[in-house]
Design a protein around this ligand. Structure first.
Ligand code: GCV
Length: 850
């Protein structure tokens, strides 16, 4: 057995066979992730209690949404339990599933006592009548019934007992929407999973199959609205109502209402008016006519989303008007149809003066919207990003939520991982979102957690809720990274019930996505739950924000890019210290926007949490945190810790070989390996930058002193020449080595390692639009080849493109010669940085050399 386990460690195939053999598991079918969490995988074994499941089904309601509920139950039970239900037209005199609204069930089922449900709520219960068992799925309305059906199916998929599925639930808030930032040309702003499922070449796609499938996925977790186009809206959107109505048709069976983003200047650009001033009657009349036209084509249209006066978008300020003027004008047009306006609070000046120590982007939303509280129409919702900056790895909750007590509000969360590794890193965001939703803003010195504010409880608002920027694309598995779908699922679960724990979300999603194998569930759950803190450790801890390239693609490390520009994501690092002073006494005054108890907590260094310290305060590098460690050493250590933890995720994932189908296992493994390598790029870049800025050495002497590394400059080069890298901190000594005007170049190292097994990593740069090839040779014998064909967001050597190729378990002995041979392709000159040769844990053995 020991021998078999050893070999299992060395080959995926053998490991797969091995685990199947040891566990008695059935072979796993290929899966591509297209079903998301709705796989309806056959249960093996089927729980004994399911033997009592009725084999008949009756639907009492006649709406389209109800038809979906019925067909979904039939589909799911057939697939998971292997039973085909008989469809009845009336409640039969035998055991049956009975679906209907609570009203309908009351009429049809003697003895049925309808529970009290909120709008779109559901109840699942059992009822015995004349010796027959009826399993009732009731909704406050058809949408609620559909949610109840999916609740039952999720329970079955997770192998829950029948009893556990009995439940009554109502959603926390009426607005549970996703926003898609899709452009009419088919691209998606900050989308990382392929092109738009809605648009191509300026029109609505002819094939909307994926739009319908998306709506089904959304409905299965209670999402009831989808905004289909970019908030940086193209005015031509309003000329495409007929095409858009086809998308609404695809959504309708799933109870997902369509909404659109609109550009404020549409009356001028597509309406031919000479103004878009919201105070102008002609403009208001134009919008009213457009809204009437929309409702004629899409009677269940949900409403409009508006980004204005922000990042170059036109807006009411051009005419000296306010967001109230713009929002209320649209609200008036929508009101007769029951539509709403989601007016975004993300309004700020991106030409701030860096030299002005009082200037602060974080202040903007509150400064602009707080004075308008109480003036918005009752069908306006101000849609506010969770934090005052922009979906950073950690921010405080936006103080605007406490500043709008007479206005409806919704929290905007970002499911697409713009600042969070862009679906090349695993970052399970519900853990982060919980920190925002549970945060108590203490408005009026009472308990007002963010979740209660947007649910309307804290300030007794009738409307509000949750908006998630999802940006799924045409990629087969919707979100590129197999683990990223957990974020869409998690967003929806929190929008339905913000008290759901991150652990429940992670383990439910894992069961639905990969199956109920307990080891698998506990491992994936652990990976997910640890992933956001890990990402924070190797990117921007202590409230520094993500420290990514903010003037570029927002992906790799580039700490200096935060500073010295108008964008206001500053960290104000100098030679003595770092952090934005946002106190009232000496800083920008941002902290004063919070209710008094929270403001006091952030103001005092005693009570300000370390993880937001530098968002709130500017402190010297020698400042000691609550841990007793200096600020600068904490930055260094957390980055080393984060990179180690990212490598640990790979190890944990590898224990799952054979427990997940090979396609998803391998795809995820490849991404996790990439992430572990990129975490090292992050670590080195950020630590180097701070070491130079502070002039204080790491007390463990690690930065740029890795004994396992041989830099390109230290190798014998044939054809490779150095070029400067921008930003400098993303390569050793600020240089990459490129192969220019040659078909091939080499970099050679003469090794003198004790005989043993080693992991050999080559750090190279992989541009988006070319595919250089590399060969690694030992004593002139090829031991590895690879192609730099990852579509990373960059065309130059830097932190976005720096990538690691790792060969594990290579046997070395003193005197070996290692050669990297690079073959350029197009504009990509096969750039390299260094090679790192690390002894394999326990790998030094007798005579490993072949
Ligand atoms: C849609 C950030 C993103 C932009 C996005 C903007 C917004 O600035 O980088 O891509 O634009 O937020 O939320 O409006």
């Amino acid at each position: 057995m020991a021998d078999r386990i050893y070999r299992c460690h060395n080959s995926f195939l053998l490991r797969f066979i091995c685990v199947s053999f040891i566990c008695g598991a059935i072979p796993l079918n290929a899966e591509d992730g297209s079903e998301g969490w709705l796989r309806y995988a056959p249960l093996s074994p089927v729980p004994v209690s399911y033997a009592r499941m009725p084999v008949s089904i009756v639907q009492l309601d006649s709406s389209k949404v109800s038809a979906s509920a019925e067909s979904e139950i039939i589909r799911g039970i057939r697939s998971m339990v292997g039973r085909t239900l008989r469809v009845e037209t009336n409640v039969p005199d035998r055991d049956a599933w009975v679906l209907g609204t609570t009203e309908e069930l009351r009429g049809a089922m003697p003895g049925y006592r309808a529970p009290k449900l909120g709008h779109e709520g559901f109840s699942v219960s059992a009822l015995q009548v004349r010796g027959h068992h009826y399993w009732l799925i009731a909704g406050a309305d058809p949408r609620g019934m559909l949610y109840g059906a999916f609740h039952v199916l999720s329970g079955i998929a997770r192998g829950e007992s029948i009893r556990a599925m009995e439940d009554s639930e109502s959603p926390a808030a009426p607005v549970r929407w996703v926003n898609q930032w899709d452009n009419l040309n088919g691209t998606i702003e900050r989308g990382y999973a392929g092109r738009s499922i809605f648009f191509e070449n300026g029109s609505v796609r002819s094939d909307l199959t994926r739009a319908g499938e998306y709506a089904r996925l959304l409905a299965s977790v209670g999402i009831n609205g989808c905004t289909i186009n970019n908030v940086n809206a193209d005015p031509r959107m309003l000329t495409m109502i007929r095409g858009v109505s086809r998308i609404a048709d695809a959504f309708r069976p799933w109870g997902v209402r369509l909404s659109m983003s609109v550009a404020s200047n549409s009356p001028q650009v597509v309406g031919g008016l000479d103004t878009f001033d919201p105070g102008n009657e002609k403009v208001a009349a134009w919008w009213k006519a457009r809204v009437d036209e929309i409702y004629a084509a899409i009677p269940d249209f949900a409403g409009l989303v508006v980004k204005a006066d922000s990042e170059g978008q036109p807006g009411p300020s051009q005419y000296g008007r306010t967001p109230v003027d713009a929002a209320n004008m649209l609200a008036t047009a929508l009101k007769p149809h029951g539509g709403v306006v989601l007016y975004r609070g993300f309004v700020y000046n991106h030409h701030l003066d860096w030299n002005d120590l009082k200037a602060d982007r974080a202040r903007a939303a509150y400064d602009i919207f707080h004075p308008l509280d109480g003036q918005f129409a009752d069908n306006v919702i101000v849609q506010i990003k969770n934090g005052p900056i922009d979906f950073q790895v950690r921010e405080p909750v936006s103080p605007l939520f406490a500043g709008l007590q007479k206005t409806n509000t919704a929290v905007e969360l970002q499911v697409t991982q713009e600042y969070m590794g862009q679906q090349r890193h695993v970052v399970f965001l519900p853990v982060q979102w919980k920190t925002y939703l549970d945060f108590d803003l203490r408005a009026e010195n009472r308990s007002t957690p963010l979740k209660d504010i947007v649910d309307g409880k804290s300030f007794r608002r009738p409307l509000g809720g949750y908006v998630g920027v999802a940006n799924v694309g045409l990629d087969t598995n919707w979100m590129a990274h197999p683990l990223a779908m957990a974020n869409l699922y998690g967003f929806a679960r929190l929008a339905w019930n913000p008290d759901t724990t991150a652990e429940t979300i992670a383990s439910d999603w894992t069961r639905l996505t990969f199956g109920n194998d307990e080891k698998l569930v506990s491992t994936v759950t652990r990976v997910l739950l640890s992933s956001w803190p890990i990402y924070e450790h190797y990117t921007g801890p202590l409230g520094l924000q993500t420290l990514t390239n903010i003037t570029g693609p927002h992906f790799g490390p580039a700490p200096q890019s935060q500073e010295n520009n108008g964008w206001g994501q500053w960290i104000r690092a100098d030679h003595d210290g770092v952090g934005m002073d946002r106190t009232v006494a000496t800083g920008t005054g941002f902290i004063g926007q919070y209710p008094p108890e929270v403001a006091a907590m952030y103001t005092s260094l005693e009570t300000c949490p370390d993880n937001l310290l530098l968002f709130m305060h500017h402190e010297p590098y020698t400042y000691r945190l609550h841990t007793g460690k200096t600020l600068i050493q904490t930055i260094y250590d957390l980055h080393y810790q984060g990179a180690d933890e990212a490598a640990g995720i790979v190890r944990q994932w590898k224990t799952l070989a054979g427990r997940i189908d090979p396609e998803r296992y391998e795809k995820t493994l490849g991404l996790l390996e990439y992430q572990a390598g990129h975490a090292i790029v992050w670590r080195d870049a950020v630590d180097r930058w701070f070491a130079k800025m502070s002039g204080i050495a790491d007390d463990q002497g690690r930065i740029d002193h890795d004994p396992n590394r041989i830099t390109a400059a230290e190798m014998q080069l044939d054809g490779y020449t150095p070029v400067d890298v921008t930003p400098w901190e993303t390569a050793t000594d600020g240089k990459a080595y490129i192969c220019k005007d040659r078909a091939a170049c080499t970099a050679t190292a003469h090794l003198n390692r004790p005989a043993g097994l080693y992991d050999i990593a080559v750090e190279y740069f992989d541009y988006r639009q070319a595919a250089s090839t590399f060969q690694l040779s030992l004593n002139q014998k090829a031991i590895g080849t690879w192609t730099a064909d990852n579509t990373l967001p960059g065309q130059a050597p830097n932190g976005d493109t720096s990538t690691r190729y790792t060969l594990r378990g290579v046997a070395l002995r003193p005197g070996d010669v290692l050669t990297i041979e690079g073959h350029p392709d197009g504009n990509e000159p096969a750039p390299i940085d260094y090679v790192e040769i690390t002894p394999e844990a326990g790998g030094v053995v007798g005579n490993p050399h072949p």
